[in-house]
Design a binder for this molecule. Sequence first.
Ligand code: MOS
Length: 753
Amino acid sequence: MARIDALAKVTGTAAYAADVAILERVAVAIPVTSSRCRCRIAIDDTEALKLPGVLTIVTYANAPRLRMASAFAGSELGMLAPLQDDRVTYAGQCVAIVVASDMAQAEAAAAALRIDHLDGESDVLVTLGAASRRDEADYAEESRCGPSPDSDGGGLVVVDEVYLTAPAHHNPMEPGSVIAKWDEEGSLLVRAPVQWAEMAALTLAQVFGLGPVDSLPGTIARVAGIPLAHRRVRVEPTLAGGSFGRNNSELFLVLAAMAAKTAGRPVALHLSRQDTFTLMPYRAETRSRIVLAADRSGRLASLDASLDVAMGAVGGFAEPTGEGMASLYACPKVSIYNRKTRLDLNAPGWMRAPGLAPGLFALETAMDELAGALRVDPLDLRLKNYAEKDPATGRHWTSKSLRRCYEVGAAAAGWTERGTLPTGANRLIGHGMASAYHPNRQFPGSAAVALFPDGRVRVGTAVAELGQGATTAVALLAAETLGVPLDAVDVAFDELGGLPAGPAFGSAGTLSNGAAVIDAAQRVKDRLRRSLRRDPKSMHYELDDIDLVNGRVVSGAGQETLVDALSRLDAAIEARVTRGRAAWLRRRPSAAFGAVFASVEVDPATGEVQVSKIVGAYACGRVVDPAVLRGQLAGGIVWGIGQALMERTYPDPRSGMWINRDLGEALVPTHADVPDVEVILVEEDDGANHRSGIKGGGEIGVVGTAAAIVNAIYDATGLRIRSLPIRPEDVAGPLRDRSGNRPLARGGKPDDP
Ligand code: MOS
């Protein structure tokens, strides 16, 4: 099946926000950022303003005054409004916006701005390690949850290790552009690649003081299903060239709206790749100490997690690394201790599989270590501790097919035969596995479905097409429910006059919007049946068995095309519904699960790790579109490879600026790094959660993959590496030290650990 957005994208006719800006000849705005943190700035724009084409330069001297937002996603807008005074908090902070007729003029003016950084910073902290060495009294925020672990370790096998993950940036293909336009009445229209248009509109309304619910905490209102539409702010999502959580941040929208307001005309703000490293969020550094205790049979006795995460100098977001830790295994005692530390960096934010990607890397590597200490197969250890109910709540899952994922994944990966596979010539070969988990969520969503006399169907919903296939997924649900072919369905973004709009995040998009689409389509179908049944001129008059099948109306009386049946109607049949308002009240835990198996080849001389195969088996409820879901899962696995072996951004301890802020030096996996990836979809029906049976599958592919690779490297080399990403020198150095000049035994492992 073809993706609805595919043809326009591969032929280059799809218009992203920057394309729209060029087509509409909108003035160009670019941000200018500070090069240092914790200082003051003085800006002289006299020369820059004289340059040709310059329309205005926004600085703290002339910027619109802003209010704080009850910012969703913990973005910095809850603590720091841009361009309000001469203080600079983090390096890469926006200190000016240049607006000009074209990009070259804007860049020339930006270069001509004279910016002095005053009262230079000292004692800049950019890593958790450095922060822990400093007095923490007023620096760390602490919380503790769960019972204390039993101190009695008698007879138990214990693993107590620390796992580190590096900061990394999302780096989707599209850096990000926003078109902002104010009208004479002071209403704002923003077009941008956002993930949740409704919350973006709310935040803009708050920041510019435009709405009646400016002070209402948006997320609370949203969860309660209160409509938040602002007649004075409209946000229209454009196509996005990837996002991965990043475009939940609203700072770039606010900057564009400020520029348009100051310039007194529509502008398109364009971020450079460099800008995105500090004006967009990233995944912050984490440090997770995991203590696992099990009895000799392998049954878990306790899990203690002490989780350190880095925050930015501003913003409320902290990577939720404890997510899922208490839910994955049946363990009688779980204690999770969180500590957040502010660093002199810009604010981190949501990145694909937030919390789970680093947190379950730690837990799933620790489980492998425990299996080693117990001398049991890592898969057997997981099965021994299989959680039939959700240990965190004690309730039954709405559905759980993890056991099946283990079975089919292990079979496809050749897990049980792995010890007998031939060793490559000069390569060390190893195999590892891990479990994957992602909670299933539903947010309120709305849809309007209309069936027109010509047989075409229009689906209006808050679809945000980030490249994940959302448009195709909701179109399929409408087509399937109505019994019409997919190509009869048009999907359009529609805010539906302020009804709650589903977001594209949290692996929740298909269910959140889809639940409303399904019910609206069902209503349309029911109304059509009713009108045919009541119509004396219809062949289906007074029949109860009328159905729509593949664009035809079928009943005991015979069949006709939908267009023929509709020809007696003069108007479209339309229904609009909101669903999921109270979904958060559901009491049964619901989650997607998976099992991932990795094989690696390690070159002991250079330390190069080549992932040779990954098999991921996932149970994410009913599969709506296998191609869309496979794409998400395989893409997530590629993220996991990057997390394990490549992705890391380095903050400069002198300036607080990211050093490798470009795609030349911030490495991400490319085709040559990605092996044979096999995604197995384990179908299940999650009807106990929502009768559509749908669960989210957007992010779980990231989860567990890094641990499976790390565990495979251990299997190959005997080296246990607990810090990501793993560089060749992390492997080659220790192997050289350990082996001296002796050749390595097979698998690189000492005979008796
Ligand atoms: Mo995604 S990180 O849940 O926006």
